[in-house]
Write a protein that binds this ligand. Structure first.
Ligand code: ATP
Length: 199
């Protein structure tokens, strides 16, 4: 599995449709300050379902939409499409190529599609969840984050490794199951009380 291409249209500084083609192996993006290198990385995490506005360095969700420049009017929507080569079947879907697309409208609302079919955020998250990429995975290390990781306490660092290894998903499932167990126990206690009252 590897990323084949990324197309941005109306996303941050990329007003016109721009496609980046990647080959297997290492890709480096170079350019002057402010030329949009980080915006490309933001587009990657955004199309994979990123929800946090902080991690996208914007104030509001719609800040990802091209806001206009002196010579160009703002746009009404942002679109990012990511094509992943899945010939090794790493993603649990019957296609050798998978294209994820996310669209956001200035009027509100966000749409996802998987190979052209409308999908929910949950579908995108589930598709990516065992692949090592995706929303909560530490595969995208932003500026300054490296220092934070190096200076983290051993516990926090273990958290990063657990996330990257995919343990986090199971920890969250366990927490959800424990919460359900707890509320079931409360219901059971209440039932016992009612039964005691009736007897
Ligand atoms: P550096 O090397 O300094 O980190 P960079 O190449 O990573 O720079 P980015 O941070 O990706 O650059 O791009 C910043 C540019 O993107 C700024 O000029 C900013 O005005 C522009 N930009 C960000 N969001 C939008 C938006 N919604 N509409 C238009 N332009 C935007």
């Amino acid at each position: 599995m590897y990323l084949k291409s990324l197309t941005l249209r109306g996303f941050k500084s990329f007003a016109s449709a721009t496609t980046l083609l990647f080959e297997p192996g290492i890709t480096a993006i170079v350019g002057p300050n402010g030329s949009g290198k980080s915006n490309v990385v933001d587009a990657l995490s955004w199309v994979m379902g990123e929800q946090g506005v902080k991690s996208l360095r914007g104030g509001k969700m719609e800040d990802v939409i091209f806001a206009g420049t002196a010579g160009r009017a703002p746009l009404g929507r942002a679109e990012v499409a990511l094509t992943i080569d899945n010939s090794d079947g790493a993603l649990p879907i019957e296609y050798t190529e998978v294209t994820l697309k996310r669209t956001m409208f200035r009027s509100g609302g966000s749409e996802y599609a998987i190979n052209g079919h409308p999908a929910r955020l949950l579908d995108v998250q589930e598709l990516l969840s065992d692949s090592g990429i995706g929303r909560e995975m530490h595969v995208i290390v932003g500026q300054g984050q490296l220092d934070a990781i190096l200076q983290a306490t051993p516990e926090t660092r273990r958290g990063f490794i657990e996330e990257a290894a995919g343990v986090l998903k199971h920890r969250k499932r366990k927490e959800r199951a424990l919460r359900k167990l707890e509320s079931t126990q409360v219901n059971l206690d209440r039932l016992q009380d009612l039964l005691a009252e009736i007897r």
